[in-house]
Design a protein around this ligand. Structure first.
Ligand code: FES
Length: 124
């Protein structure tokens, strides 16, 4: 059995950058996405990361029992904070310049801030 060509995607659907971007924006970044099961994060500090279109998302189990999702990106220079899944210690520390965040997404430490380097922004 052959499908009518009107039902098939054009070849460009598999190679076109603009097709990819439209697909990401309209399907994967604009709709509900399955991230995992609550059983995957049973204890405080447990985390997983998922991709929602072109955006990496982290989900972490807080010390208060709440599961929270954040953009998986450091607010300093945009470095990805967490990879795959696992258990965070007492905070999430960026691998680039060691800025640290608590499990509610608050910036809690900027080690280089004490050096008073130009271009560094102060933590709130
Ligand atoms: S990019 Fe994260 S601390 Fe600089």
């Amino acid at each position: 059995m052959t499908l009518p060509s009107a039902l098939l995607l054009p070849k460009s659907a598999y190679t076109s950058q603009s097709w990819f971007e439209r697909e990401q924006a309209t399907i994967f970044e604009n709709n509900w996405q399955f991230a995992g099961f609550t059983e995957d994060l049973p204890a405080p500090g447990d985390f997983l990361t998922v991709q929602a279109g072109r955006t990496s998302i982290m989900i972490i189990h807080g010390p208060d029992g709440e599961l929270r999702a954040f953009h998986n990106m450091c607010r300093h220079r945009g470095t990805r904070l967490l990879r795959t899944c696992g258990k965070a210690g007492k905070a999430i520390t960026c691998p680039y310049h060691d800025w640290s965040y608590d499990f509610k997404g608050n910036l809690i430490a900027v080690p280089q801030q004490k050096k008073n380097l130009p271009g560094w922004i102060k933590a709130n």
